[in-house]
Design a protein around this ligand. Structure first.
Ligand code: ATP
Length: 249
C-alpha cells in the first residue's frame, strides 16, 4: 500500500476526566476521501484540531508526508500542505471573492497578511487565486462582495481558499452543513473531482454525501475509532449500526 499523505498515530486528548480522543490512528492515502463519522460529542472536532495544530495532543503523532508535524503550529502545517476548511466560515465577508482567494494564496507564499494590498497586484498570486475560483465555479463572481454569495457559494469559496494553498491534503469540517439538496449535490461533485488533486479527510454528518464520496469511513464513538472500512463494510457493521447509523444505513 502507498505511504499515507496524512496520518495520525495513537492521538489522545483528554479534557479533565473526559477522553475526547483516545488512541486514534487514521490514515489518508493519495487520491482518496476518508470520511470520519460519529455522533455529536464523539471527538471529531477535537481530532481535527489536533491534526491541524490548534490543539496539542496528550499523546500520539500527526504525520504529513512521512514527517512528524505534531509540534508544528497551525500556519506552519498549512504551509507544509495541510489545507483546512471550517465548520463555521472564516471568510472575510466585506472583501471580494477574489480577495478571499488571494488570502489563501498569500498564506501559501508565506508572506504576512499586511502584504495583502500589494499582493492584489502580484500577477502569479493573482493567477493562482483566479485558477482556484475557476476550479470551484466562482470565476464569474470574482469581484462580488463575499457577503452577497449564497451559503453554498461561500462553501465553494472556502474550498477555493484551501486550493490556493496548493495543498497536499485537505481536512474538511462538515462542508455540507446548512446546504440544501442542490448545494450539497454541487459540493459533492466538486469534492469528488478534488480528490485527484489532494486527498480529503472529511468530517461530515450528511450520510448521503459520505456514502457517495468516501473510499473509506472511520467511525468515532466516545473518542475511539470503533470501525474503519469501505462504505459497504461500515453499513453492514452491527456495532456501527447500533452505535450510530440506525435507520440511515
Ligand atoms: N475545550 C474543551 N474543554 C472541555 N471539553 C471539551 C472541549 N472541547 C471538546 N470537549 C468535549 O469533548 C468531547 C468531544 O467533543 P468534540 O467537539 O470533539 O465532538 P464532535 O464529534 O466534534 O461533536 P459534534 O459532532 O457535535 O461537532 C465532548 O464531550 C465535548 O463536550
Amino acid at each position: 500500500m502507498t505511504e499515507p499523505v496524512l496520518e495520525t498515530r495513537g492521538l489522545s486528548k483528554a479534557f479533565g476526566a473526559l477522553k475526547a480522543t483516545e488512541d486514534v490512528s487514521v490514515a489518508l492515502h493519495p487520491g482518496e476521501i476518508h470520511a470520519i463519522i460519529g455522533p455529536n460529542g464523539a471527538g471529531k472536532s477535537t481530532l481535527i484540531a489536533q491534526i491541524c495544530g490548534a490543539l496539542v495532543p496528550d499523546a500520539g503523532q500527526v504525520r504529513l508526508m512521512g514527517r512528524d508535524v505534531t509540534r508544528l503550529p497551525v500556519p506552519a502545517r498549512a504551509r507544509a500542505g495541510l489545507a483546512r476548511t471550517f465548520q463555521i466560515s472564516q471568510l472575510a465577508m466585506e472583501d471580494t471573492v477574489l480577495q478571499n482567494a488571494l488570502l489563501g494564496a498569500l498564506g501559501a507564499s508565506g508572506r504576512p497578511w499586511r502584504f495583502l494590498r500589494p499582493a492584489l497586484g502580484d500577477q502569479s498570486l493573482r493567477e493562482r487565486a483566479e485558477a482556484a475560483l475557476e476550479r470551484v465555479g466562482l470565476a464569474a463572481q470574482a469581484a462580488t462582495r463575499t457577503a452577497e454569495l449564497s451559503h453554498g457559494q461561500r462553501r465553494q469559496l472556502e474550498v477555493a481558499v484551501a486550493l490556493t494553498l496548493a495543498p497536499r491534503a485537505f481536512v474538511m469540517d462538515e462542508p455540507m452543513a446548512g446546504l440544501g439538496a442542490e448545494g450539497s449535490a454541487r459540493l459533492t461533485r466538486l469534492l469528488d473531482g478534488l480528490r485527484a488533486e489532494a486527498p480529503i479527510l472529511l468530517v461530515e454528518h450528511d450520510m448521503d454525501a459520505v456514502f457517495a464520496l468516501a473510499d473509506r469511513v472511520s467511525v468515532l464513538v466516545y473518542g475511539r475509532v470503533i470501525a474503519s472500512g469501505s462504505v459497504d463494510e461500515i453499513r453492514r457493521d452491527p456495532a456501527v449500526r447500533e452505535a450510530y447509523l440506525g435507520d440511515s444505513a
